[in-house]
Each structure stands twice: as C-alpha cells, then as structure tokens.
Write a protein that binds this ligand. Structure first.
Ligand code: NAP
Length: 313
C-alpha cells in the first residue's frame, strides 16, 4: 500500500499492544498507520496456545488472536504497512518523522509497541548452531524433535510453557535452570513436575553448545561448585527472558531505563511529547497479552486527547 504523507497516529509494532492501540485510534476516527517489519501478532505469533486471555475459555492460538486483532483494527480503517522504522525525530510543526528505508513518514503522534526479542545465552556454540539445533521458538521448531532429546534453558513462564509443549514431540525434555526453584507460575510448575517426560537440571547453566554439524550435547556448569558435565541432546531451546526492541530509538531523545525499556507515566507517555509506549517494550511489571492490549488502548486515547488539544481534531 502507498503510505500517505501525514498520519494522526503511527503505531510501530503489530503485536497485541500495537493492534489494540490501532483499533482505539482508528475507531476514534484518527488517521492511523501500523508499521511492522513482519506480519501481525508480534510475540504471540509464535505462541501455540494462550489459555489466560479472558474470554477464550477453551484457549486460542497466538496467530488466530493476532489476525483477529488486525482485522478488527482494519475494520475501523487502520492501515498496515511492512516497514522497519530506523529512527524517530522531531520535524516541523511539532510533527514526528519516522525514518524508514523507503523514506520518512510524518505523524502527529507515535505509539511505540515494538515488544521484545529473545535474550541470547552468549555462550560458545550458540550462534554457530542457531537453526541447527539451537532455537528460540518451540512452536516453530518443536516438530523437528520427534522422539529426540531436547534441553530447555530457563525457569520462567516461557521456559516451562515451551517445555510442556515440547513433550508432545520429544522423548525427553531436560530443563536447565540456574537456581533450585522455578520462577514460572504455580500451575505451570505443577504440570511440569507431573510430566514424566520432563527432567530438571537444577543450579546449572549452559557453558557451551557442542556438536559436529548439529547440536549433539551441552556442557553444563554447576553454579555452586563450578563442576562441569556434558548432557547429550539434539536441540537446545533458549527461554531466558527478553530484551526490548528499542535500539532504533537511540539518539532520538526517548529516555530508556538501564535495561532498554521505555519508562512511561500511567497514560503511557514517554518523556517526548507526542510519543507513547505500550506493551512489552514499556518498563512495567506484568508482561501479558492482557496488559499489552490495555496499554495500547490507554496510549491511543491519550494520543487522541493530545491531537485534539494541539490540532483541534
Ligand atoms: P522471565 O520471566 O524473565 O524468566 C527468565 C528465566 O530465565 C528465569 O527463570 C531466569 O532465571 C532465567 N535466566 C535469565 N537470564 C539467564 C541466563 N543468563 N542464564 C540462565 N538463565 C537465565 O522470562 P520469560 O519466561 O520469557 O517471561 C517473560 C514474561 O512473559 C514474563 O512476564 C512472563 O510471566 C510472561 N509470560 C507469560 C506466560 C503465560 O502467562 N502463560 C507465558 C510466557 C511468558 P531466574 O529465575 O534465576 O531469574
């Protein structure tokens, strides 16, 4: 589609936060554009099943929810374009300019909903074997590990959710966690402990990923006494948290916290007038679809108020 010269609201990121912001902005009759370098859904596009999004008692897949949210925003007139935003700066007349490879996009307001991406282990072999046994997406790659042994690294909700998912395929799932207690919510812990395909390597970290052409084993280090041992496996799924996608904002004047998240007030306003943050990219405590969509709605409603005060929409 042709991107027009001036938008009221430009949303960067088509995950739940961005799609909800777009729905609220478009429904308020603001000229709304959503930019994403990939398709709709954001992080949930790789989620096999969501069972804690209210209203779906039987659960819903991530892609289904993402597509439904996009359709709902489109129904009210939101436009979508595949574009990667490289930077944001202030232009004339208080407008914000979004730099893309295809040229600048002008917008009265910007809602940053770029989410986060999986954190890397940063150990030898991880990069070399990515796509050849090392993965950050069980939904994408799990089926390759039918009757194989896989290691899942991490102890949070993601690691345990994906470890449980992988038991559908793998013969053995070994969860490697750096402490002796999981961080994951209790219901997930109970399921994991009850699943006889899942083993735990407690107080352990992956020191390197080893193999010839593909992953064959990992070297684990005991965090208490430093002893090392090798564990044979065919795949390594890494779920040790996420880092926010805010690198493109460096030099833009948008404040970031020490981990790169965007601090906001309760209306999702950043330190830059006209720029809001919503969803996982925001500094906050609970990162769930339900809080992402709430952030998006709050940001869009505040953006509408800002536009009407400034430009009399
Ligand atoms: P997380 O909650 O930050 O957990 C990361 C896990 O990785 C922790 O167990 C942490 O250990 C471990 N870890 C971190 N850095 C490590 C390193 N360098 N080496 C080894 N282990 C490391 O991340 P997440 O599980 O991806 O979840 C992110 C957010 O999404 C959370 O808010 C979560 O609740 C949410 N989420 C929710 C659901 C759901 O509701 N079903 C599903 C997925 C994700 P420690 O425990 O020792 O810190």
């Amino acid at each position: 589609m042709a991107v027009m010269d001036l938008y009221d609201v430009t949303v960067i990121g088509a995950g739940p936060a961005g799609l909800s912001a777009a729905l609220y902005a478009a429904r308020a009759r603001l000229k709304t554009l959503v930019l994403d370098k990939m398709g709709p859904g954001g992080t949930i596009a790789n989620v096999d099943f969501l069972e804690n999004y209210p209203g779906f008692a039987q659960g819903i897949t991530g892609p289904e929810l993402g597509v439904a949210m996009q359709q709902q925003a489109e129904k009210f007139g939101a436009e979508f374009a595949f574009r990667e935003v490289q930077g944001v700066r202030r232009g004339e007349d208080d407008l914000l300019l979004l730099a893309t490879a295809e040229g600048d996009i002008s917008s009265r307001t910007v809602i940053v909903a770029t989410g986060s991406e999986p954190r890397k282990l940063g150990v030898p072999g991880e990069g070399e074997f990515t796509g050849r046994g090392v993965s950050y997406c069980a939904t994408c790659d799990g089926a390759f590990y039918r009757d194989k042994r896989v290691v899942v690294v991490g102890g949070g909700d993601s690691a345990i959710t994906e470890a449980l998912f992988l038991t559908r395929f793998a013969s053995r799932v070994i969860v490697v966690h750096r402490r002796d207690q999981l961080r994951a919510t209790k219901v997930l812990q109970d399921r994991a402990f009850a699943n006889d395909k899942i083993d735990f390597e407690w107080n352990a970290v992956v020191k390197s990923v080893l193999g010839e052409d593909k992953v064959e084993r990992v070297l684990l280090g005991d965090v208490r006494d430093g002893t090392e041992r090798e564990v044979a496996c065919d795949g390594v799924f890494v779920y040790i948290g996420n880092d926010p996608n805010t690198a493109f904002l460096r030099g833009s004047g948008v404040d970031l916290d020490d981990r790169g998240y965007i601090p906001t007030d309760e209306r999702m306003r950043s330190n830059i007038p006209g720029l809001w943050a919503a969803g996982d990219v925001r500094a906050k405590s609970l990162r769930q679809v339900v809080t992402a969509v709430a952030d998006g709605a709050v940001a869009a409603v505040d953006a509408e108020e800002y536009i009407s005060q400034r430009w009399g929409h």
